[in-house]
Design a binder for this molecule. Structure first.
Ligand code: FAD
Ligand code: NAI
Length: 466
């Protein structure tokens, strides 16, 4: 006889495990199924966490090499890449075990196996011990995403890698070619540049990080170039051949034209990610997907089939762990009969390079095209006392507020530790704060957060420290 559940969640990433935990908290009997063998999904296993472990470690190395002497700290320095990787693996191991513990603590069954939706209300799981049939009132699809392939290029995860392979190079490739100047390309490109690679980034568009405020993006590119990263914009990779230990990469202008050959030792393909639904059996039960293969849902995360829901990377919207988590909580609450809601305008986004880029809300470009009148306040980190003491003065804070109501519409930052500062801006947007609310809120001195307050003052034309 099949095991009975209120909800079976397919996928154990930030969407799936948070949904199952919230369902458990709300008193529903939930199972969370993941094929990977360890819980935490892309984010914990091969995404957010291992990349941040390497970004932090490589940043410390770069700081010790370049900045310590400026603070009067001297000495010889070494790099043990195996130890750095061991640190990354340890963090991943501890956090993925932590997720299993949390599932258990909240009375959710964690099942390792590949799930297929046999019919509405029926999930078949193939485990290493055989097949399990689950009967359930609801199914939540949280199967995430995987790398978008580049036509004509085969990823071997050794020399031609996706982000997963770039998290585990055995040594820094002397010449690394990155395809795609998006978040993954610039974060992992930064890691390997700091650890010794000569990094060139090929980007199809004529700018980096599409979607990020263009003023921020321009300064970001300039600062990355200053650190030694090279860019080939408005260009595309059209082929790659293994040439002994090296790669011969054919690059053409995006609009077509003269082909150039580029020699590299490794290549990272980072041109986006796509919804993952392989083997789920969606077509057989008639679940609708959009032109990009994403599971379509209504505003309450329910698909066109009653009792089947979808959250996280597999549906529309930003592919971010905290977006998946927000949807997970809201979806669980809706299934349990409560109100659940996600405010997409207040979801921040961070690029964890140096300097960091952190944004939330609307960009100037978006407001212009929507015809919304706005005012802008800016404050540079060169004028922030803490940034000066820390020798981290590159970047600025930009606050955009409605011209009539002064309501904060967007906050865009590039600078030191802005990823840890963007939460304040999200809260301001969530609570419909005005720029004057931020300007009149006390911020501790001397901290980097004062730059946010000063930028808010700048919206009203009364910056005090410039
Ligand atoms: P996933 O985390 O992808 O989890 C889906 C899970 O479902 C997987 O474990 C998969 O094994 C499982 N699954 C799929 N099909 C089945 C099946 N049929 N049966 C059983 N299990 C199945 N986001 C951030 O917010 N911050 C970051 O710093 C960040 N860094 C990133 C770095 C990298 C290198 C990458 C690749 C991504 C990063 N992301 C980051 C994005 C983030 O990882 C995703 O947005 C997030 O993991 C999405 O969560 P999810 O639960 O929707 O899907
Ligand atoms: P992305 O969408 O951020 O960037 C892809 C880039 O590749 C774009 O600039 C695009 O114009 C370019 N591109 C597309 N096709 C190309 C081609 N043929 N040749 C050259 N360039 C091409 O995707 P990325 O970096 O792969 O990341 C995937 C997702 O993972 C993102 O949506 C992001 O949200 C998430 N992520 C989030 C992180 C964070 O929050 N810090 C870190 C890493 C990933």
């Amino acid at each position: 006889m099949a095991d009975q559940f209120d909800v079976v969640v397919i996928g154990g990433g930030p969407g799936g495990y948070n949904c199952a935990i919230r369902l458990g908290q709300l008193g529903l009997k939930a199972a969370c199924v993941d094929a990977r063998g360890t819980f935490g999904g892309t984010c914990l296993n091969v995404g957010c966490i291992p990349s941040k472990a390497l970004l932090h470690a490589s940043d410390l190395y770069q700081m010790a090499r370049l900045d310590f002497p400026r603070f009067g700290i001297t000495g010889t320095l070494g790099l043990d890449l195996n130890a750095m990787m061991a640190h990354k693996n340890k963090v991943v191991g501890e956090l993925t075990k932590g997720v299993e513990y949390l599932l258990k603590k909240n009375k959710c069954e964690a099942i390792v196996g590949e799930a297929k939706i046999a019919a509405p209300g029926r999930v078949t799981v193939t485990t290493k011990d055989g097949t399990r049939e689950l009967e359930t009132k609801n199914i939540v699809i949280a199967t995430g995403s995987d790398v978008t392939p580049l036509a004509g290029v085969t990823i071997d995860e050794k020399q031609i890698v996706s982000s997963a392979g770039a998290l585990s190079f055995e040594s820094a490739p002397p010449r690394l070619l990155v395809v795609g100047a998006g978040v993954i390309g610039l974060e992992l490109g930064s890691v390997w540049r700091r650890l010794g690679s000569d990094v060139t980034v090929v980007e199809f568009l004529d700018r980096i990080v599409p979607g990020v405020d263009s003023e921020v993006a321009k300064q970001f590119q300039r600062l990355l170039e200053k650190q030694g990263m090279k860019f080939k914009l408005a260009a595309k990779v059209v082929g790659v051949e293994k040439n002994g230990a090296a790669l011969s990469v054919a690059i053409e202008p995006a609009a077509g034209g003269l082909r150039e050959m580029f020699e590299a030792d490794a290549m990272l393909v980072a041109i986006g990610r796509r919804a993952f639904t392989d083997g789920l059996g969606l077509d057989a039960i008639g679940i609708k997907r959009d032109s990009r293969g994403r599971v379509m849902t209504d505003a309450h995360f329910e698909t066109n089939v009653d009792g089947i829901w979808a959250i996280g990377d597999v549906r529309e919207g930003a592919m971010l762990a905290h977006k998946a988590e927000d949807e997970a909580v809201a979806c669980a609450e809706l299934i349990a009969g409560h109100a659940g809601h996600v405010n997409y305008d207040a979801i921040p986004s961070v690029i964890y390079t140096y300097p960091e880029v952190a944004t939330v809300g609307k960009t100037e470009e978006e407001l212009k095209s929507a015809g919304v009148a706005y005012k802008v306040g800016k404050f540079p980190f060169t004028a922030n006392a803490r940034a000066k003491s820390n020798l981290t003065t590159e970047g600025f804070v930009k606050i955009i507020a409605d011209a009539k109501t002064d309501r904060v519409l967007g906050v865009h930052m590039i600078g030191p530790d802005v990823g840890n500062m963007i939460g304040e801006a999200s809260l301001a947007i969530e609570f419909s704060a005005s720029s004057e609310d931020i300007a009149r809120t006390s911020h501790p001195h001397p901290t980097l957060t004062e730059a946010i307050r000063q930028a808010a003052m700048a919206v009203g034309g009364w910056t005090m420290q410039m």
